[in-house]
Write a protein that binds this ligand. Structure first.
Ligand code: CTP
Length: 405
């Protein structure tokens, strides 16, 4: 395998020599990229001698670029490992900076990136660093937990770079998983290539007045994960999103809506010519009967107040009734009797499939993890708990396995 090892400024930089040795011994090819900070701690020549390759450290250097351009280098690697990864590097990765060779490579690659943070314990526990770590993890970076112990500065705590043997074995395991993953994706790709998928995601907000609304706790993450995975599998994806704070690939055709009525209209104008419709949105079943143009004032003599609500159109049921309907998949978020409720929803709404979803207990709404049960008229498949991206992949795999799709 090809490993691109990024070395950033930190006293642990010398330990990365051992990491290069371990990778080489296991038969991997290693290219080392050093930042200016790293060179304050260790000579490039040491890495060059161990890896057998010249160390890259310049973004704009004709001689270095003549060998392998930086974009080529970004695609050369099967895995990028940054060890030690300084607090500054975490912050720059989070921002998407491209102010040196290593940062540019990380921005220009689609390969997995593993980080081995190393810094003073207070820098590690600082809210800014922790926020950077959480966000990078969300974006798919694999971040190792720093070791605890005595630090170079004399303080004791968490922040030391994990030992080279630990980084090496984690990298091997990660590479293995990535390879299996890549194989599974390659196998599923032909089934989704060119398929047209319409998906709704997120909550709907039903306005009461200019400042208040009725909403729900759906984050939209499950629907967005399905949209992203389907897009990566080659599908043409149209995503109709309720009010969420999520971004998606620019190649996904996205329409933002607020209310159930707006979502319904968007679906009505896009459902035709789709192969599949996935209704992942948590659509409000009711909306206020009257929407006030002015802020509704409270009455001081009033302890009880009631709202009159009217039913919203059932979007997924409407699509399922159409003569030229696509394959229709609904969601059922339940707190109890998940399978029973899902099966009756499947029948009642005439769906082709329903994804039942136990909400609460750190699952479902607002959570990063999920455990869907996929239900058709003749099959039930319960997925193991995993990230929403993994659930999306399994769902699309299940869909592709159905003859009727
Ligand atoms: N749905 C829809 N339009 C609505 C309401 C729901 O398209 N007005 C879709 C959701 O996107 C989801 C499925 O229907 O795919 C959920 O079914 P629903 O009956 O709304 O679930 P609940 O509201 O949870 O039903 P209940 O209150 O009966 O549990």
């Amino acid at each position: 395998m090809k490993i691109l090892l990024g070395v950033t400024g930190g006293i642990a930089a010398y330990k990365s020599l051992e990491l290069v040795r371990l990778f080489m011994k296991a038969g991997h090819q290693v290219q080392v990229v050093m930042t200016a900070g790293a060179k304050e701690f260790i000579q490039p020549l040491s890495f060059q001698a161990l890896s057998g390759n010249p160390v890259r450290d310049q973004l704009f250097d004709e001689n270095q670029e003549a060998g392998m351009g930086h974009i080529e280098l970004a695609r050369w690697a099967d895995l990028i490992v940054i060890a030690p990864c300084s607090a500054e590097t975490l912050a720059k990765l989070r921002m998407g900076r491209a102010d040196d060779l290593l940062m540019t490579l990380c921005l220009a690659t689609d390969r997995p990136i593993m980080l081995a943070p190393a810094m003073n314990r207070l820098m590690w526990s600082n809210a800014a660093t922790q926020e950077n770590v959480a966000l990078l993890q969300q974006r798919g970076f694999e971040i190792l937990t720093p070791a605890e112990g005595e630090q170079a500065c004399g303080e004791v705590g968490a922040g030391r770079m994990p030992e080279p043997e630990t980084i090496f074995s984690q990298a091997e395991r990660y590479l293995d998983a990535q390879q299996k993953n890549a194989q599974a994706w390659a196998e599923l790709h032909p089934s989704w290539q060119g398929k047209r998928l319409l998906i709704t995601a997120g909550p709907t907000f039903e306005d009461l007045d200019p400042v208040r609304f009725i909403g729900n706790r759906s984050s939209g993450k499950m629907g967005f994960a399905i949209a992203e995975v389907a897009h990566k599998l080659g599908a043409q994806v149209t995503l109709i999103a309720g009010p969420v704070s999520l971004s998606c690939s620019p190649d996904i055709s996205r329409l933002d809506v607020r209310s159930a009525q707006q979502m319904f209209e968007a679906v009505q104008s896009h459902y035709a010519q789709q192969d599949v419709f996935i209704s992942a949105a948590a659509v409000a079943d009711f909306r206020p009967a009257n929407q006030s143009n002015q802020k509704i004032k409270k009455r001081t003599d009033q302890d009880l107040m009631s709202l009159q609500l009217v039913k919203n159109p059932d979007i997924v049921a409407w699509v399922a009734e159409q003569a030229n309907k696509p394959f229709v998949v609904g969601f059922a978020a339940e707190t109890e009797n998940v399978l029973d409720y899902a099966q009756s929803k499947l029948k009642r709404k005439q769906l082709d499939m329903i994804c039942a979803n136990q909400v609460g207990k750190n699952l479902g709404f607002e959570s990063e993890q999920n455990a869907l049960t996929l239900v058709t008229r003749d099959a039930v498949e319960a997925l193991m708990i995993s990230s929403k991206k993994q659930q999306a992949f399994e769902l699309l795999k299940f869909l592709a396995s159905l003859h009727s799709f």
